[in-house]
Design a protein around this ligand. Structure first.
Ligand code: SAM
Length: 205
């Protein structure tokens, strides 16, 4: 995907960190360490970039920003649409890194990362205001966060949930999430084989 040069430079830096994380994991490091980048990867991030452009999205919300990998891709697209991204990260160290990476990428005026529980950020948003939301924090919180987001989505707005098929150990929890969103009357939802598996849910009324 063609990204702005400053954004690409930071994505490249993070890609090197992710390779290092992979080596540390293979050597037995804790996958949940605050030092891990934990990114959705280029396929999911590229898809989100294009979705923002295709929908001419103005308000994008990310639930779980970590150090900002997908936020970089989303910010790149939001700059093109005249939109903004609200990220959320509960871990102070990761939040600080995300803010710094986004500043170095020239996206500090486009992506604002809130430190704390995404729930508080979602609750403060107006009904019918969000174009795209990306769910990528605690998987056990997806259903609750989806329910909080839905009334705040525009009609036609998209909620994208990550990790539907990978990692394998959370498969049942993700199946429960899919069943949950597919049972909602004013939502149409479909699985996309992109990255670690995405569930794309559209508010239709
Ligand atoms: C998988 S990582 C996010 C990766 C990021 N979306 C990317 O692809 O670059 C999940 C992050 O969500 C954060 N998190 C977990 N629960 C949260 C919550 N309730 N509110 C905000 N962030 C949360 C974790 O600290 C972690 O850094």
């Amino acid at each position: 995907m063609l990204l702005d040069a400053r954004v690409q430079a930071i994505v490249d830096e993070l890609t090197q960190r992710i390779k290092g994380d992979g080596e540390r994991l293979r050597a037995g490091a804790d996958r949940y360490s605050d030092d891990m980048v934990q990114a959705a990867g280029p396929d999911a991030a590229g898809f989100l970039n294009l979705l923002i452009r295709a929908k001419d999205a103005r308000l994008i919300v990310e639930v779980g920003t970590s150090v900002g990998y997908t936020a970089l891709y989303m910010g790149d697209a939001a700059r093109a649409t005249g939109g903004r991204v609200i990220g959320t990260e509960v871990i102070e160290k990761k939040h600080a890194q995300a803010v710094e990476y986004l500043r170095r990428a020239g996206l500090d005026g486009i992506v604002e990362v809130h430190r704390g529980d995404a729930r508080d950020v979602i609750l403060a948003l107006d009904a019918g205001s969000i174009d795209i939301a990306f769910l990528d924090a605690q998987k056990s919180d997806y259903c609750e966060q989806f329910d909080l987001l839905l009334p705040r989505m525009k009609v036609g707005g998209c909620i994208v949930g990550d990790n539907i098929t990978y990692p394998e150990r959370i498969k049942e929890m993700m199946q429960r999430y899919q069943a949950h969103v597919r049972a909602v009357l004013n939502v149409r939802s479909h699985y996309l084989s992109v990255g670690s598996g995405l569930e794309l849910s559209v508010r239709i009324a």
